[in-house]
Design a protein around this ligand. Structure first.
Ligand SMILES: [Zn+2]
Ligand SMILES: [Zn+2]
Length: 338
């Protein structure tokens, strides 16, 4: 089968790779649509260190069951499905305590297990969810990023009508707007250096957009919050400049959730956290939010397909990821069809 194989920084050629039969309890899924994630683009540059070549990336996808391994219980050939990319053991303390995203034996499709930039993928049945008939393949491929935004919002203590700042209007920042609205956020302030992305933020319901390239973003947030800063700040970029801003934009005693995951090390002013008693926490992946994300889209509470700006074949994927990595393109969400 054809797959895009990440072989090292800036290298992801299409290769012929073995199309293995599914193992016990596994399903072979024909990938119908797979989304290009910002983390794949960063991974492609070889700077984050989380993806070790050779690996097939791609973790936001929907597909059709084409082969059942032995001992598969629930799914049949022809079923339309979406797959959570988080493989968890179900057995460790964290899994048992109800937060499998922190499974001590966690692995991830497209990160350290081969993912869905391929014609087919074999996955354990327990990672599979049904794609409701009224949802498109593309909506299925957007379940994962929406779940990430929903998880970040779930982790931020938030009262009805609280002001929320979202730093970064890439896919995750943008779906976080949708999630914050579902949670009952008040004024939503979004920052990004791309006017193009800020336009999307407005379309998705941001009340105020700020371009830090044009104005002091921290001052602008203060001006929007009576000089106090916001009770909730969600950082969806993950570099020093924006994590610094996330602290400065929070009001005293405020909550800051870091979901951005780009630079492995950043420099911040620790005293901002100590003396102003900020709560800073990380958010990674999702737990129940994956199923809830399916339901949020199915029930038309949100429709993240507005984020799709480009559709292409799998073969075009390498060029597309390269263009995104070089900053030669600024598509919010790209969908590939193997
Ligand atoms: Zn992703
Ligand atoms: Zn576990």
């Amino acid at each position: 089968m054809k797959a895009l194989v990440y072989e090292g920084a800036w290298q992801m050629p299409m290769r012929d790779v073995p199309n293995a039969e599914p193992g016990t309890g596994e399903l072979k899924i024909k990938v119908e649509t797979v989304g290009v994630c910002g983390s794949d683009v960063h991974g492609f540059k070889g700077t984050t260190g989380r993806r070790k070549p050779p690996i097939i990336m791609g973790h936001e996808f929907s597909g059709t069951v084409v082969t059942r391994g032995s001992d598969v219980k629930e799914y049949q050939i022809g079923d339309r499905v979406v797959v959570t990319p988080l493989l968890t053991c179900g057995d460790c303390d964290n899994c048992r305590a109800g937060f499998p995203n922190q499974c001590q034996n966690r692995s991830g499709l497209g990160v350290n297990l081969n993912g869905a930039y391929a014609e087919f993928i074999n996955v354990p049945e327990k990672m599979v969810f049904r794609l409701p008939a009224e949802m498109s393949w593309e909506q299925g491929a957007l379940v994962e990023p929406l779940a990430v935004g929903m998880h970040a919002v779930n982790l931020a203590p938030m009262a009805l009508m609280d002001t929320v700042v979202i730093i970064g209007a890439g896919t995750i920042g943008l779906v976080t707007i949708l999630a914050a609205k579902m949670r009952g956020a008040g004024k939503i302030i979004v920052t990004d250096v791309s006017e193009h992305r800020l336009d999307f933020a407005k379309r998705l319901g941001a009340d105020v957009v700020i371009n830090p390239a044009k104005q002091d973003a921290v001052e602008a947030v203060k001006a929007e919050t009576n000089g106090k800063g916001a009770p909730v700040v969600i950082e969806a970029v993950g570099i020093t400049a924006t994590t610094k801003q996330s602290l400065l934009m929070a009001r005293n005693g405020g909550n800051v959730v870091w979901i951005g995951n780009s630079d492995p090390e950043i420099t911040i002013n620790m005293q901002q956290i100590v003396t102003r008693e900020l709560t800073v926490r990380g958010a990674y992946g999702f737990n129940d939010e994956f199923g809830l994300s399916i339901e949020a889209i199915r029930s038309k509470r949100v429709d993240p397909t507005v984020l799709i700006e480009k559709r292409a074949t799998l073969a075009e994927g390498t060029q597309i990821v390269d263009a995104l990595a070089r900053g030669n393109a600024d598509w919010i969400k790209v969908m590939l069809k193997p």
